[in-house]
Design a protein around this ligand. Sequence first.
Ligand code: UD1
Ligand code: CA
Length: 460
Amino acid sequence: MQLEVIVLAAGQGSRMRSAIPKVLHRVAGVPLLEHVVRLAKSLSPLRTTIIYGHGGEEVLAALGHLDVDWVEQRDRLGTGHAVMQAEKGLEDEATLLVLYGDVPLLKQNTVTELLALTGDGSLALLTVLLDDPTGYGRIVRDPLGAVQRIVEEKDATAEERNIREGNSGILAVKGQRLKGWLKRLTNQNAQGEYYLTDIIGLAVEEGVPVKTFTAKDPDEVLGVNNRQQLAHLERVYQRRQAEILMALGVTLKDPARFDLRGAVEAIGQDVEIDVGVILEGAVHLGHRVRIGAHCMIRDSLIGDDVEILPYSQIDGARIGDGARVGPYARIRPDTELEAFVHVGNFVEIKKSRIGRGSKVNHLSYVGDATVGRSVNIGAGTITCNYDGINKFETIIGDGAFIGSDSQLVAPVRIGAGATIGAGSTITRDAPADVLTLSRSRQVTVEGWQRPQKKHQESGD
Ligand code: UD1
Ligand code: CA
């Protein structure tokens, strides 16, 4: 089947009360419209055309890189008018699928089922059964159940408003047929708009069969009109992700408190994720990884048996097998922790490689450093990597021991097996295997007396 997709995305979305065009609001970190484009692309159409309008420049700036055709609808005179903007380019023989740019959770299976109904030249309509169909166009059927037309809520009689079958707005039909009907649309209705939904009545008039497919899950066809619906769809989306991960064997302590804004590209067995964890971008998790509460992990590779303790943030890093990170650790881009490294609380590591089995357990900053194996970096150690203009490297050899509260002023090298005395400011290379320290000698002043207050004041 030759397919063309038109995505309606020109609406203003005033109920969002936002300066940002509605279709750029995000579910799982991805703009609503991009969710729809991904679905469209998954169907391998000849062409995907986006009808845009409100906030057009911003929409193009944000999503102009997508491989789609953009057609502007300057005056927004209704859904029928929106489709007319793309009419010229439409292939007569192709099946045209209309999607909405603000309906992000539609599933590919549902669309495939819908498209299958157009095989015999029928018009296929995706409908939804709703307890409360307020706001939706209603599907009017004859006594035998055949679709007659769609009536918009604002044009509906009280009786028609009781119909619980709503129009999702998503439909598919042969391009040639659609073109004919678009010419016949008028705006003689309550809203003075050209309704795409009027083509249903025209199809019935011409004897073209109208077939419906009812979405199993109303959330699939739910559009975003306000922040409440946006939040609802975010939770629905996240629940879907959680279900997929659990089906793959991941333990989620609470699937309602897990967020994936990207993709888990690979996942090992018996991974355990505590509450409030956010995974972003492309994340790989090895076997038996344990992630503590409220951690954020973005674009990172986490090896087997890694334990990430609560409130840690890992971004753009590789964490080797058996490593332990956190609580309260911040691992920044271009960092590699080799196997069995321990990084503890209030430690920040940036663009560094930490060798196998090394430990940075407390309150340290390690940036632009290459640290060997089995190194111990004491509490409060700082690599002074920045002189205000340039960044410099620190190199620490295998087995070195850096005493607490040391400052390593880069560029500087600490030899293998070296020991740095606590509290040192190291500005020159420290040789291997010996003790280097830089601190003033401790003195004790005999007979020194604490100052006394001159006047006794009341109080204390
Ligand atoms: C439309 C349908 C209604 C259906 C409902 C489902 C019509 C006449 N009505 O109603 O039957 O139940 O969707 O949500 O089709 N748009 C444009 N240009 C326009 C107008 C709208 O691009 O001139 C886009 C919007 O950005 C949106 C979609 O079309 O993505 C639907 O528009 P909206 O105004 O939400 O339609 P409804 O009145 O809700
Ligand atoms: Ca709507």
